[in-house]
Ligand binder design. Structure first.
Ligand code: ACO
Length: 334
């Protein structure tokens, strides 16, 4: 069975409640129809019920009447959600009037539903930019205990099975946090280890990447990776992690043995943690395009509940897959 099929089968076992705030967007509605048909998740759609039903009819979708539809402007929990928003953002000076407006924005509503326990996760981004999806998530769902940053991992399915876990690798952060400190990079490593177990389904061997291997270069950027590796070990002593390692020393056995003979990760890494967002984002796109790898993600990690962001160029099956991944994350969180 392929990894994505395993992820879907596992999602079916848990049937988590996933909210789709872009419910009148054509691909999202088509994906919702498939998700309901295949029982991958319980689907909550937020938006004007008449518009959603009209659009479902136009698209000839048969299952949308089985979704829970929440009208952001008029629903029984509106006042409760406004209270919750004011409570969460009272230190930021959020007024009731401002919250009453925000709660009608489906992207905010979805996060407050999660916070209130009415949904287990969210997928959005087919029509909204990354920042607009993530900001409400950062502000209302926030990071999980012990974490201060959200980051994004990609599961890379490589054609060449000699790398990683028979061709499977996990790369992070490729999507969210531009310039992490050593402490934040350690959190990203720990979170990526958890994502690897929960979604990619294998035991992580994490390489903290740099342009230096075990002191071959001296620079403050190298010091940051050494420190991040140490902090990650303290955060989770059972984590199999090593750094700083160059990419070739991390993934090629012969080079790993030569450059870092005492390392139990060098040459065997199946998870790569990049020093910055630009290195991670550039690397995953190059591997995807030049090595023909399939890139699944970004899977957002470090958040108190799973919220995932689509690319605006996504297909219906991308949405179905990301909802299945989100449902798996929700199953692990519980
Ligand atoms: N983790 C957790 N919380 C965060 C994070 C983070 N990584 N970044 C910001 N926040 C919180 C802040 O603490 C703040 O909370 P507060 O309001 O309670 O104080 C809130 O989010 C807003 O913070 P800002 O600094 O104002 O963040 P902004 O909204 O400007 O930007 C964003 C956040 C949009 C995610 C920004 O970091 C960003 O643009 N990242 C890059 C995203 C991107 O373009 N990725 C590449 C493309 S994706 C791809 O190719 C797959």
């Amino acid at each position: 069975m392929t990894l994505l099929n395993q992820i879907k089968e596992n999602a079916k076992k848990h049937c988590k409640k996933i909210v789709l705030p872009e419910a009148t967007e054509e691909r999202t509605l088509q994906a919702a129809d498939i998700l309901i048909e295949e029982n991958i998740a319980q689907i909550i759609l937020t938006g004007n019920p008449d518009e959603i039903k009209k659009e479902a009819e136009r698209l000839n979708l048969k299952n949308i009447d089985k979704a829970t539809i929440i009208d952001p402007v008029n629903h029984p929990k509106k006042e409760e959600y406004i209270d919750l928003m004011v409570e969460i953002r009272k230190n930021k000076g959020l007024t009731r009037e401002a919250a009453a407006k925000l709660v009608e924005n489906p992207l905010y509503l979805a996060t407050v539903m999660i916070k209130n326990g009415d949904a287990d996760g969210e997928v959005a981004g087919a029509e909204n930019a990354t920042g607009d999806v993530l900001r409400p998530a950062f502000q209302y769902v926030k990071t999980k205990p012990g974490f201060s940053v959200v980051s994004g991992a990609f599961i890379m399915i490589l054609k060449d099975k000699q790398f990683g876990e028979e061709g499977l690798m996990v790369f992070a952060d490729c999507a969210v946090h531009p310039n992490p400190t050593d402490k934040e990079l350690a959190e990203i490593a720990v979170a990526t280890g958890e994502t690897t177990k929960a979604i990619a389904g294998f035991e992580p061997r994490i390489a903290m990447l740099s342009f230096s291997t075990k002191g071959s270069a001296k620079h403050e950027m190298v010091d940051k990776i050494v420190s991040a590796t140490q902090i990650a070990k303290e955060m989770n002593p059972s984590l199999k992690i090593d750094g700083e390692l160059q990419a070739d020393a991390a993934i090629i056995e012969a080079i790993g043995q030569k450059k870092a003979p005492d390392s139990d990760i060098a040459g065997k890494a199946n998870v790569l943690v990049f020093p910055t967002l630009e290195t991670g984002n550039i690397a995953y796109k190059l591997v995807q395009r030049m090595a023909g790898a399939e890139a699944i993600g970004p899977v957002l990690q470090g958040m108190a509940a799973p919220i995932n962001d689509l690319s605006r160029g996504c297909s219906v099956s991308d949405i179905v897959n990301l909802v299945a991944i989100t449902a798996n994350q929700a199953a692990v969180e519980k």
